[in-house]
Design a protein around this ligand. Structure first.
Ligand code: ADP
Length: 378
């Protein structure tokens, strides 16, 4: 019996499920947006995931449908469920990763710690929120944001006028999300895997470093984290996974505030950049774990295999030529570095690969990971 997993979306997250799928003898199929994508190394169909008939036809070839991203519309997901397809995570969970306003409302119901927030439907309402929060705040588009796009610091409601205007044009209408500007000492991420049968496993809490709204580095486990912080973050991650009935990998992005509280920033229900280190630094990588979870197989050990892992993203890539042209010098200089490329054309700011180094000394590991990654950008 061959287990077959269908991944909607042809990006690097789907690509990185291929290696563990091969190891476990799982047949991985991908529904890619276009030919020649990151995940096209797997058996790939090309089609538009906005169309239920396209996704239904793809689903007939597999045992379970999962995702490389959170953008599959709810009506398409509903059609799959109605047709009896196993969809993990299910639409009832995914909506909280698709819409930041829905996420805030649900997390509030679950009593999770989060920034002060409000749904605001015009500049006046945003001004009222800002006035109540020291005159500054964050405004976010609830849907479709990623890597800091759709997130803005504002001092006045009119600074979001373009987004309010876009909402007015959108048939779905709706509001923007206003949040207090959190004073954080650092950003953290807690990953949890959960199976349909309810088994959960938490990964070590990690520190994520953002530059320009994009994840630049991940330090695993989070340095200087107290036992209490680690415990609270894991409990919070598991409570969210259970509370939202997530199946697969869940990433909870967190702020550690300057007064040492942790607040939930946002959720991702798929493998996540904060967990790439697990490929080379944990007993079970997040990609293998996601496959196990969506197939309802027993989850693997999440313990680190080395005291420290540092993952550095390759952003943009070389100004000229392919990433692969830099392999030899990087490999000579940093033989302990594990280099991962996504088969994507270099473009400024684009995530085109990452490097992980694992070892005993955090400073040394971080130095080596940064040195190796530096070979791939100009
Ligand atoms: P995206 O969906 O684009 O990843 P996020 O909601 O994660 O957007 O926000 C991107 C970044 O903006 C965060 O990693 C954080 O650095 C900053 N940010 C987001 N919300 C807040 C907030 N309420 N207070 C302070 N900084 C924030």
């Amino acid at each position: 019996m061959v287990l077959r997993v269908g991944v909607v979306g042809g990006g690097q997250l789907a690509r990185m499920m291929i290696a563990p799928a091969v190891e476990l003898g799982i047949e991985l199929r991908v529904l890619a947006e276009e030919p020649g994508m990151s995940a096209s190394l797997a058996a790939t169909a090309v089609g538009d995931y906005h169309h239920a008939d396209v996704v239904l036809a793809f689903a007939r070839e597999v045992d379970v449908i999962t995702f490389d991203h959170e953008h599959v519309p709810q009506d398409v997901l509903a059609a799959l469920v109605e047709a009896g397809v196993a969809v993990h995570p299910g639409p009832h969970a995914l909506r909280f990763a698709q819409d930041k306003l829905e996420m805030r409302a649900r997390l509030a119901e679950l009593g999770m710690p989060q920034p002060d927030w409000a749904a605001v439907s015009d500049a006046g309402e945003l001004d009222d929120f800002l006035a109540a929060h020291g005159g500054r705040g964050i405004v976010k588009t609830p849907r479709g944001g990623y890597d800091g796009k759709g997130v803005r610091v504002v001092n006045s409601g009119v600074e979001a006028d373009d987004w309010f205007a876009a909402l007015a044009e959108d048939a779905r209408g709706g509001s923007l999300l206003a949040e207090e500007l959190v004073e954080f000492s650092r950003e953290l991420a807690q990953q949890v895997a959960r199976r349909p049968s309810g088994q959960t496993r938490a990964y070590p809490l990690v520190e994520t470093v953002q530059r320009g709204g994009v994840c630049a580095e991940v330090l695993a486990p989070a340095p200087h984290a107290t036992d209490r912080l680690v415990e609270v973050a894991a409990e919070l991650g598991i409570a969210i996974a259970n509370g939202l009935d997530v199946v697969g990998m869940l990433a909870v992005e967190l702020f550690q505030t300057i007064d040492d509280r942790i607040l939930v920033n946002e959720l991702a229900m798929r493998p996540h950049n904060s967990g790439h280190w697990t490929q080379d630094g944990a007993t079970t990588s997040q990609f293998e774990q996601h496959l196990r979870a969506v197939l309802d197989l027993p989850l693997g050990d999440t313990a680190p295999t080395q005291p420290w892992s540092v993952m550095v993203n390759i952003l943009g890539g070389p100004a000229e030529g392919a990433l692969e042209e830099r392999f030899a010098p990087a490999m000579v200089d940093q033989p302990s570095a594990k280099i991962h490329t996504y088969g994507k054309a270099p473009r400024p700011g684009r995530k085109v690969g990452h490097v992980t180094v694992a070892g005993h000394d955090l400073d040394d590991v971080a130095y080596r990971a940064r040195a190796a990654a530096a070979f791939f950008t100009d």
